[in-house]
Design a binder for this molecule. Structure first.
Ligand code: 0X9
Ligand code: ZN
Length: 402
């Protein structure tokens, strides 16, 4: 009997190691120094940021020594599902994108289908290639009645999927494209009147395809890209790699294992270079949105410094217009303000670059939710969040195009 018990325990132990389910662990931080130790650690973030006094982390069983080394009080909150348990079965090869998340190839197939149905509106540009050889695309939508006018006077640029695990971001990007097509086919719509002959919108469906694929096939809560950093360390945070303010303030890390590793140099990553060079190739970028999750925020520059941006009053005015438009859909009032102040300090982020380089109305939108499900937003909330994302984008386009 005893023998069987021991055998059973051994089997259980192996099962535990084989599955290696991560834990959600709450740490209590009483100082900026303690917060920085967490930022510099290789532990995953379950919260949307490292905050004083409470932050939730994702800790693999093998990482507990690293947790202890932080010398902070902690409490295990829950056992998270196994890393490979997030694969969506069944419908995942369909192109129905308003009630389910899609794999990368299905996202691109969806945009390609829209493009072939609307060749007069949409063009596709391969803007780069990832380290794992996946193409990175931008799709640009523009209604032109004046064929003498080769390129439009203005451009808006929307990024999706910089952070791999924020699946609702590419999902919102698809809805924005779908709605823009419908609006530009309807001469009486508000967006048609705003955009036709005046402004093109470029959407990058996923700026981090390697990371996104990795979250589907291996580690659901992966955030960074998949650059090998040496040894067993992978990934650069593509929202800490941009040149503006790179490594000047705080809120990024030089530790290659960190979730907010900024990379070896500004714009070191192919994804950053691809998106930067594409934006630079456009004649005039007037608006920019980087879609993230979660938290329900509308954030404008600066994120790298507490200094108030020169154009802050109009950034704030447009931010409030986006906030009202989003609240008008389902009553969710997204928190609006300067990123550094209402969320946290972060250097080398996208919107700081778009504001400093182009003087664009540049925003990060943190989509749903406020923390109940976090990055694991249920499919039942996809459509409502897409509507909110489009409402925000529309309000911004309406504000920047005269
Ligand atoms: O940390 C980030 O890159 C963004 N949050 S997320 O949870 N999606 O990772 C926030 C970027 C916005 N800027 C700052 N508040 N710094
Ligand atoms: Zn993000």
């Amino acid at each position: 009997m005893k023998k069987f018990l021991v055998f059973g325990l051994i089997v259980l132990l192996f099962a535990q190691i084989a599955v290696a389910r991560p834990y959600r662990v709450r740490v209590f931080l009483d100082s900026p120094a303690a917060a920085q130790r967490v930022t510099d650690s290789g532990l995953g973030l379950f919260s949307d940021n490292v905050a004083i006094p409470v932050t939730d982390l994702i800790v693999e069983p093998r990482q507990f020594p690293e947790l202890w080394a932080l010398r902070v009080p902690y409490q295990v909150i829950q056992l998270l599902p196994p890393n490979d348990a997030w694969k969506y079965e069944g419908l995942s090869d369909s192109d129905e994108y308003q009630s389910q998340y899609l794999r990368y190839e299905n996202i691109i197939a969806k945009y390609d289908a829209w493009m072939s149905e609307n060749p007069d509106l949409i063009t596709k540009i391969q803007i780069g290639t990832t380290i794992q050889n996946r193409p990175i695309y931008a799709y640009r939508i523009f209604k032109n009645y004046r064929f003498d006018q080769v390129s439009p006077p203005r451009n808006a640029v929307f990024f999706c999927g910089i952070h791999a695990r924020e699946w609702i971001s590419p999902s919102v990007g698809m809805y924005v494209m779908d709605m823009l097509i419908q609006d530009l086919r309807n001469p009486s719509s508000q967006m048609h009147q705003k955009l036709a002959d005046k402004c093109a919108v470029s959407i990058i469906p996923s700026l981090n395809p390697d990371g996104y694929v990795y979250t589907w096939d291996s580690v659901r809560l992966w955030r960074k890209n998949r650059r090998p950093n040496g040894g067993s360390s992978y990934g650069v945070d593509l929202n800490r790699n941009w040149p503006t303010g790179w490594n000047t303030g705080g809120g990024s890390s030089g530790n290659t294992n960190s979730e907010t590793y900024r990379g070896p140099s500004p714009a070191s990553e192919r994804e950053t270079q691809a998106a930067r060079d594409y934006a630079l190739s456009l004649q005039k970028v007037v608006a920019f949105i980087d879609f993230h999750s979660y938290g329900e925020y509308i954030l404008w520059p600066w994120a790298y410094t507490n200094t108030v941006a020169a154009g802050a009053s109009w950034l704030h005015t447009y931010g409030l217009q986006m906030q009202a438009a989003i609240a008008g859909v389902h009553g969710h009032t997204y928190t609006e303000g300067q990123a550094y102040q209402v969320l946290y300090e972060a250097d080398g982020t996208t919107k700081d670059y778009f504001y400093s380089q182009f003087n664009a109305a540049a925003y990060t939108i943190e989509l749903r939710d406020t923390g109940d499900y976090g990055f694991l937003l249920p499919e039942a909330q996809i459509f409502a969040t897409q509507q909110e994302g489009y409402a925000g984008a529309k309000a911004l386009l309406a504000a920047v195009v005269p």
